[in-house]
Design a protein around this ligand. Sequence first.
Ligand code: AMP
Ligand code: GLY
Length: 424
Amino acid sequence: MNILIVGGGGREHAVVKALKRNRKVEKIYALPGNGGIAQEEGAECFPIKATDLDGIEAFAKSHKIDFAAITQDDPLVMGCVDRLEALQIPCFGPTKAAAIIEGSKVYSKDLMKKYNIPTAKSETFTDAGKAVAYLKTCDYPTVIKADGLAAGKGAVIVADFEEAKKTVDEIMVKKVFGASGNQILVEEFLTGPEVSVLSFTDGNVIVPMVSSMDHKRAKDNDEGLNTGGMGTVAPNPYYTKEIAKECMDKIFLPTVKALNKEGRTFKGCIFFGLMLTPKGPKVIEYNCRFGDPETQVVLPLLESDLLEIMLAVREGRLKESDVRFRDGAACCVIVASDGYPSRYETGYEISLPETKEGEYLYIAGAKAEGEKLLTSGGRVLGASAVGNTLQEAIGGAYALAEKVSFQNAYMRKDIGQRALRALQ
Ligand code: AMP
Ligand code: GLY
């Protein structure tokens, strides 16, 4: 089979590695892919942006593609799946109508309200003046969110009214996130441990994957700026069997059913960003795709065949499909360019160690130049390892990450420590 994958991060490298385990896979085309994917045997990258739907469509027409996996948010929200399916190419990933759960936070909030799915209370504003007037009356901290996609930076926790006013000005008036800031949500500030749950759904059955924990801040002890994620562990120790059951009954199934009722049947991976509040689990956000870097700990634990699951999702056969995860744990440590997520330098040659079984180097912000791999982004790569215990997985991931070298490499030193404390 020839597979097309649209996206170019560490998540996509993890998906490519997992797909390659299936012998039916002959060729993987990645648009645009990255330096790590380019070096995988059987994989080839083409410099077509994930948001260039015309380019993707033209590529798909001129290559024999048997199946496509769209794993990045913006092409999904723009309708990449609709375009490829119209060419008779079966896809893993939601249609534009269903991807709206990530594309519009206002839409998701309204959906959750309508179907009684637990989430933070909020108000929606299309007018900056009215938002500011409301913010005068709020309790602080409070959370301001741009409606649309904002590269993971669209949620701002504001400490007081002054900061709130400034944030509204940036999002709604200066439009730092473009049209994504035409509407905002002002949301109640919730507290509690966060859990990421990625789940497969064929629009009928929903099968959660092993839970995980992201580390979003740039610096140790959850300090510094918000990033795309500096590391992950799986499973998430806060996510007990009881909580999983509660989430299935109150959140996961109701979400799938709600989307069906709205005529927006979702097939693909729904990512539930949850907060385990003193009043129970609540949805912080939905994503319409695998998480990054959650995928880099979830897929190493997947024992079953990813391609078979993706095909089952597309064909509505998830119920009879085998979705098994191994026992034990996984940890992923992101090795970034120092200065990320603000300013950083790129273009440095990366030296990578050999990997043993249970170790994975997932390349994200790096490009191939001949045999060489040069840094090209903020999050350069993820070093992942599995172990029988969380401690072992963390030790393995750090041992691997420490052997990666490039001039301005930076990593957090405390990935997984909070999870370890929770286990004690
Ligand atoms: P989001 O872009 O919606 O995933 O939000 C990014 C991060 O902001 C989340 O992972 C949380 O850490 C934080 N956050 C978002 N919404 C809330 C909320 N209502 N209360 C507290 N923290 C939040
Ligand atoms: N790690 C969070 C995300 O993928 O959105």
